[in-house]
Write a protein that binds this ligand. Structure first.
Ligand code: ATP
Ligand code: MG
Length: 302
């Protein structure tokens, strides 16, 4: 079910000329789109929980889901929120981005999904970032999808796994795999909100109609409380016409759903991932770290 589906929405923005451009990946201080001053600083918390669960979803690959999960999570933790990041992609990229070698772990989210006697407290890892914990995964998770198919209540498996710890966290962010299969449906079923990271690149809107359709089906059939919190434009390059055009198209298509915060393309993100650290720790004064702190304020205000 990956990356398929053509629709009128798919065609939006695809007609602009000259949308191809060489990737630009150097750090820059270009002014960020959006008025950050209008987004209030979040009030400090005196107590924690129950957690708001948010899925980071786009079945298109490489759009910044994992980068946004780790960066937003760390920024929220920096605002004193207790945050659990759930790696729900068998590739385990989120675990790697936090410096965890998930392939050496005995227990991952897979065990929680398939073994009722496995306790979530035994699987959650603390990270080097205060207030930021991780529920890791690795390739084992790919087997869960097959195993869950024949189960009663298969779409609710992740919600059941997370239920015992919701009182301990303020926010749970689920990093989904690039697919709209059963794992992603589980994430959506467990969540109150969805954030859709979208690369400001040619074909950004391809498949978005199918994604919205999946979200709508989850709302009607499984989880009436689910809402789209926002669309996050990522890898924006203000120096290229096509990046600006795609951003405009996304803003026209989604209106106020698009976050004011726009994440610019900078090599600091892959560098931070290689270092196994969130950008807010790796390069705390970079424009990228700033952008995700602004996004954290927007998410808390929505
Ligand atoms: N703003 C950015 N600027 C430059 N590079 C970025 C940015 N955001 C993410 N990247 C890089 O782009 C690549 C893809 O990002 P990421 O892994 O976050 O996407 P994804 O949507 O999670 O991918 P997948 O669908 O494979 O899970 C990574 O190498 C990441 O470091
Ligand atoms: Mg990813």
């Amino acid at each position: 079910m990956d990356e398929q589906g053509q629709s009128p929405v798919d065609e939006v923005g695809a007609g602009a000329e000259g949308l191809f451009v060489a990737e630009v990946v150097e750090e820059r201080d270009a002014a960020r789109t959006g008025a950050s001053s209008s987004i209030p600083e979040p009030a400090p918390l005196t107590e924690h929980g129950p957690a708001r669960i948010i899925s980071m979803v786009n079945q298109k690959g490489g759009v910044g889901k994992t980068t946004s999960t780790v960066s937003l999570g760390a920024a929220l933790a920096g605002y004193g929120r207790r945050v659990l990041l759930v790696d729900f992609d068998p590739q385990g990229a989120l675990s790697v981005a936090l410096g965890v070698n998930a392939y050496e772990l005995d227990l991952t989210v897979y065990n929680l999904l398939t073994q009722p006697d496995c306790h979530i407290g035994d699987v959650i890892l603390t990270t080097d970032v205060e207030n930021l914990d991780l529920l890791p995964s690795n390739i084992d998770l790919s087997a869960a999808e097959v195993q869950l198919v024949s189960e009663v209540g298969r779409e609710h498996a992740l919600a059941r796994v997370l239920a015992p710890i919701l009182g301990e966290y303020d926010i749970v962010l689920i990093d989904c795999q690039p697919s709209l299969g059963l794992l992603t449906v589980n994430a959506l079923t467990a969540s109150e909100g969805v954030i859709i990271p979208m690369e400001t690149e040619y074909f950004a809107l391809r498949g978005v109609a199918l994604l919205k359709d999946t979200i709508d089906k989850v709302i009607t059939r499984l989880n009436p409380g689910l809402e789209i919190i926002g669309v996050l434009a990522t890898m924006y390059d203000p120096r290229t016409l096509h990046s600006r055009e795609v951003l405009q198209t996304v803003q026209q298509a989604f209106g106020d759903s698009v976050f004011q915060t726009v994440i610019h393309r900078t090599v600091k993100f892959p560098d931070a991932a290689v270092a196994g650290e969130p950008i807010t720790s790796f390069a705390p004064s970079s424009s990228g770290a700033d952008a995700y702190r602004q996004l954290a304020r927007e998410v808390l205000a929505r």
